[in-house]
Design a protein around this ligand. Structure first.
Ligand code: URA
Length: 198
């Protein structure tokens, strides 16, 4: 059994906060064990809680369309959430829940070691872009400890607010450029702490 599969089993047994006691299914995340790209959403919703899989409702369908715009299928990227269990009524995750759950995502990232982490929405953005606002930071990349971090709006926000659609679609189209730029810099053996896109 791989370390990631073992981690899924531990997450499925987790009762470290109230959410774990009331969920239908835990939603650890899914994707290739050595994914280049890791997308982090917020929390499972109703559909995800039923299936134990991330982004399988309307926001997931839109995420798949966005991925298709850069010629990727969802099974080519890793998809996870800040918290692994659905908050009742899809309310926002509480700071204590995020804190208690962060060990799982941290461990997951350590195992996957992606080249690029794309945050979807405010909650995952806050992990890597503290004290920033999504309206300012979306579409920008920074490199830290050899991982590129890139913030995007949440696909559900773009579904509810049509004006964000163009923004999120443009931000997704920038991802291959960022990866290509990072690849070039690696080849030149440069180690910039900050990409020019940030
Ligand atoms: N929204 C999220 O943030 N994550 C999911 O898995 C589904 C919807």
């Amino acid at each position: 059994m791989s370390a990631l599969t073992e981690l899924y089993e531990q997450i499925e047994l987790c009762r470290d906060c109230e959410l774990g006691k009331h969920r239908n299914r835990a939603v650890p995340g899914e994707g290739p064990e050595k994914a280049t790209l890791l997308f982090i959403g917020e929390a499972p919703g109703w559909y995800e809680d039923q299936q134990g899989r991330p982004f399988v409702g309307p926001a997931g369908q839109y995420l798949e369309e966005l991925l298709a715009s850069i010629s990727l299928k969802r099974d080519q990227v890793y998809i996870a959430n800040v918290i692994k269990c659905r908050p009742p009524g899809n309310r926002d995750p509480l700071p204590a829940e995020i804190q208690t759950c962060s060990k799982w995502l941290n461990h997951q990232i350590d195992l996957i070691r992606p080249k690029m982490i794309v945050t979807l929405g405010r909650y995952s953005m806050a992990r890597y872009f503290p004290n920033q606002t999504i309206s300012k930071v979306h579409g920008k990349a920074k490199k830290q400890d050899n991982i590129i971090y890139y913030a995007m709006y949440h696909p559900a926000a773009a579904l509810h607010q049509g004006s964000l659609r163009k923004v999120i679609e443009a931000d997704m189209l920038t991802i291959p450029q960022i990866l290509a730029q990072a690849e070039k810099l690696n080849e030149a053996e440069a180690e910039p702490q900050q990409l020019s896109l940030f």
